[in-house]
Ligand binder design. Structure first.
Ligand code: NAD
Ligand code: SER
Length: 329
């Protein structure tokens, strides 16, 4: 078991944890991590669709259904909510109104239920999608110009302000990070602009060429899943008075371009081939920033990433190969 800073303090209390959007790329791994630390009997996973396999408590929950959400929070005496349900950037552009409803009404339902039922802590993942071409592109500061141009980014930016509002007005202890693109091998990503950085590893391990939907020089901030899980758990375990940013913390792991990740993979697969076929996601990526100043997270709750591009690449390839072997057993 990994050790998380301050977690012992948190686990001494009786907790009941609710996760929304638990079947997604992050939710599936966060649920497993929280079950490992708190015990399966106090972690309830929910999603609008059933899980591939049930490994603990699970309920179908459409996050737009305020009444059902409130019932669950009341009946299970929920103390912490990890609100992950959302429609991501690229998928969100296919139906802006639906995206706004899921992302915005969903968050509002969570904040309101948390207020009414005295939930002790709420986790809300925001995103680098809150930034735009008006934002300083390199080493993007914590407090800066936003003006996002996707419905996903608009909903996340508004969501950050609502989190701050519920903290200031009602004392709801909402904590948030602006996740960069998350790279992982267990569960496929759900329709984001950074998905290429996962797909490319699958292509390499399957020894197929990769057709990249972004230009080779598109530099974006990224984070490996183990670091994303650790950031979430450590932020939630930090003492309340240390959390000075109540909108959302900038969070950084690494930044790279498709050409750089390709080079890192070729160390393991020298014959791997890539070609670039930018589509509508290029415009979304161009509106985001390329590297992030996360000094406030480092200062306030001692955030520190562990994986760089080379370490992540070695780990991704090793784990994808293990999964491939298991498939053929
Ligand atoms: P995902 O798309 O993989 O998972 C989202 C989950 O939400 C899915 O399982 C989906 O079924 C569920 N969902 C969709 N509509 C729902 C509804 N109406 N009610 C309940 N559940 C619903 O996304 P993810 O990558 O796991 O992201 C989780 C959170 O982290 C999201 O809020 C996302 O904005 C944020 N985030 C993710 C990344 C990333 O790179 N993965 C980066 C920044 C922020
Ligand atoms: N990875 C996410 C996306 O591309 C960023 O929030 O939508």
């Amino acid at each position: 078991m990994l050790s998380y800073r301050n977690l012992e303090v948190l686990t001494m209390k009786k907790e009941f944890i609710l996760i929304t959007g638990a079947n997604g790329q992050i939710g599936s791994e966060l649920t497993a991590a929280l079950r490992e630390y708190y015990g399966s009997e106090v972690v309830l996973a929910t999603d609008i669709r059933p899980p591939a396999e049930e490994n603990g408590l699970f309920e179908i929950l459409d996050i737009r259904d305020q009444q059902r959400l409130a019932e669950i929070i009341r009946d299970f005496k929920v103390t912490q909510v990890y609100h992950l349900a959302a429609i991501l950037s690229a998928k969100g552009e296919t139906n802006p109104r639906w995206t706004w409803q899921v992302n915005m009404e969903g968050l509002f339902n969570v904040l309101e239920s948390a207020r009414q039922h005295q939930v002790e802590k709420v986790f809300y993942p925001s995103s680098i999608a809150v930034f735009s071409d008006k934002t300083p592109r390199n080493n993007t500061p914590q407090h800066t110009i936003l003006h996002p141009t996707t419905v996903y980014g608009i909903s996340k930016a508004a969501g950050e302000d609502w989190c701050n509002y519920y903290f200031l007005k009602y004392g709801v202890d909402v904590r948030s990070v602006r996740f960069p693109g998350i790279v992982s091998y267990l569960h496929p990503p759900g329709g984001g602009t950074t998905d290429y950085a996962v797909e490319i590893y699958h292509a390499a391990v399957e020894e197929k060429p990769y057709y990249c939907f972004l230009r080779e020089d598109t530099r974006l901030p990224m984070l490996y899943m183990p670091d994303a899980i650790r950031a979430t758990v450590e932020l939630m375990a930090a003492p309340r008075e240390q959390i000075r940013v109540r909108t959302s913390y900038n969070l950084a792991g690494m930044s790279f371009t498709p050409a750089e990740i390709y080079d890192a993979i070729r160390v393991h697969y020298p014959a791997f081939q890539i070609s670039y076929q930018p589509d509508f996601r290029q415009q979304i990526a161009d509106s985001w920033t390329s590297s992030i100043d996360d000094s406030m997270a480092r200062k306030d709750w001692e955030w520190e990433p562990e994986f760089n591009l080379e370490q992540m690449t070695a780990d991704m390839i090793s784990n994808l190969n293990k999964l491939k072997t298991l498939q053929y057993v």
